[in-house]
Design a protein around this ligand. Structure first.
Ligand SMILES: Cc1cc2nc3c(=O)[nH]c(=O)nc-3n(C[C@H](O)[C@H](O)[C@H](O)COP(=O)(O)OP(=O)(O)OC[C@H]3O[C@@H](n4cnc5c(N)ncnc54)[C@H](O)[C@@H]3O)c2cc1C
Length: 416
């Protein structure tokens, strides 16, 4: 280490910590970045299935914040300073072109999360940020309302004027995000709201999803019910797995479902043909049935359903698969249509933090100044990224949260 006292120490070398370090250095600060893994950005490399959905083509902060739930307004200022437009410019100026895909999702042109990491490492180098890997922070020593120093696992101590904590959430702990930061922050007097796995697949009581495992469905509608009351719903893509359901619309619904499960049972109703109402779908099935009137029921559904779904629907319809289509009654046909429009599943639980894309909950936003990301409790502390109580759905919202809050925290820590 070249200096004894740094201007800024950033803890956590994920997207938020790297952005905060680079920005603080760009502002002229001497910065030390501490990361416990042997390398930076382990989780970043997993994002977007290795392609990294870095942000969204959504340039109105007021529209964007709506997607982060009731905490969203906090992000108005950070997004207005360093939002998707600035994020795209940042990566493009560093030589990484981007492209917009379906649903306004933005990826690097190279389809490589590694290239995103390379840009951030280059940004750190440009600012002469001192990066210490295999540097696990064990303890934070404070005196009154100031942090005095940081103690590493091997007992080394490092000191700075200002500190930025970006240790992420508790999800995918194999990547290093084990939630240690929450414990230090509670000790320092911060409130950490209830932590739950979010954007997480769901376990289903019924066995049939297992039979369809691996099947991905597009353009379906999934609705959440509790006590027969509709609670939420999403249209889009989902996936059957050996334990239940996953995929974008399931992950997005999981936040609300986690809360509902604490109150009681939760039912999902899947509409396989949301573009057609009951009558239109019935006509369609009727026309298929007249086309295939001499076939066996089990061989008559190819036009209607993906292969893996056919045995499942045959089973659930209780119509004899060996029955000739021309022998199927109107009641039986309408029961099948009802199933196509309303396949019920009982949620038995969520997978845990190991499989959650993000953590819901975190450091209370009431205790952070949104204009600077400065703690309202500790004078020389700044926070950014997933550690704060703010997360969005899938689609680039969470990395954007890290870029925006990281940039602002780094800039403020260098200035204040
Ligand atoms: C599989 C998967 C796919 C995802 N895909 C996307 C996507 O495409 N788009 C999107 O917007 N979001 C995506 N996300 C979410 C996104 O990765 C996170 O929101 C983001 O990584 C949070 O950044 P962060 O810097 O706050 O925390 P993290 O990325 O969790 O980084 C925190 C860092 O702090 C380090 N650390 C922790 N404790 C200590 C300690 N005691 N001492 C030193 N260092 C420590 C950790 O090792 C880690 O490197 C995905 C998440 C997962 C799991």
């Amino acid at each position: 280490m070249k200096e004894d006292v740094f201007d800024v120490i950033v803890i956590g070398g994920g997207p938020a910590g790297m952005m905060a370090s680079g920005r603080a250095a760009e502002m002229g600060a001497g910065v030390l970045l501490l990361e416990k893994n042997p390398d930076l950005g382990r989780k970043l490399l997993l994002t977007g299935k290795g392609r990294s959905n870095i942000t969204r083509a959504e340039f109105n902060p007021k529209e964007m914040v709506k997607k982060y739930g009731k905490e969203g307004d906090f992000l108005l200022y950070p997004l207005s300073v360093f939002g998707p437009k600035e994020t795209i410019e940042f990566f493009e100026n560093m030589g990484l072109g981007v492209k917009v895909e379906r649903g306004k999702r933005i990826f690097p042109e190279s389809d490589s999360a590694l290239d995103v990491l390379r840009v951030l490492i280059e940004y750190l180098k440009k600012g002469k940020v001192e990066v210490m890997t295999k540097a696990e922070v064990r303890e934070i020593i404070s005196s009154g309302n100031r942090i005095e120093k940081v103690v590493l696992k091997d007992s080394r101590k490092v000191t700075a004027k200002n500190y930025v904590i970006c240790t992420g959430g508790k999800s995918y702990p194999v990547t290093g995000s084990t939630g240690q930061g929450y414990l230090w922050l509670e000790k320092l007097g911060h409130t950490v709201t209830k932590l739950r796995p979010a954007l997480v697949p769901l376990k289903i009581k019924e066995n049939w999803p297992k039979a369809a495992q691996g099947l991905s469905l597009k353009n379906v509608e999934l609705t959440v019910f509790q006590n027969n009351k509709k609670k939420d719903s999403r249209f889009g893509e989902m996936l059957f797995t050996h334990f239940g359901v996953s995929g974008p619309i399931v992950l997005d619904l999981s936040r609300g479902i986690a809360e509902l499960l604490e109150k009681g049972e939760v039912k999902l109703v899947l509409d396989l043909k949301p573009a057609l109402n009951f009558e239109t779908l019935d006509k369609r099935v009727k026309s298929d049935f007249s086309k295939y009137s001499n076939k066996l029921f089990k061989n008559s559904l190819d036009d209607l359903l993906p292969q893996k779904m056919i045995p499942v629907m045959i089973d659930l319809s209780l119509i004899n698969p060996e029955k000739r289509v021309n022998g199927i009654t109107k009641e039986e046909r309408q029961k099948l249509v009802k199933l196509l429009k309303g396949l019920e599943m009982q949620v038995s639980g969520l997978l845990g933090f190991e499989n959650a894309i993000v953590t819901s909950g975190g450091v209370s936003l009431k205790e952070i100044d949104a204009k600077t990301m400065k703690s309202k409790i500790i004078e020389n502390l700044f926070l950014a990224g997933e550690i704060i109580n703010l997360h969005g759905p899938t689609g680039g919202y969470n990395l954007q949260q890290s870029w925006s809050t990281g940039h602002l925290a780094g800039e403020s820590a260098a200035k204040l």
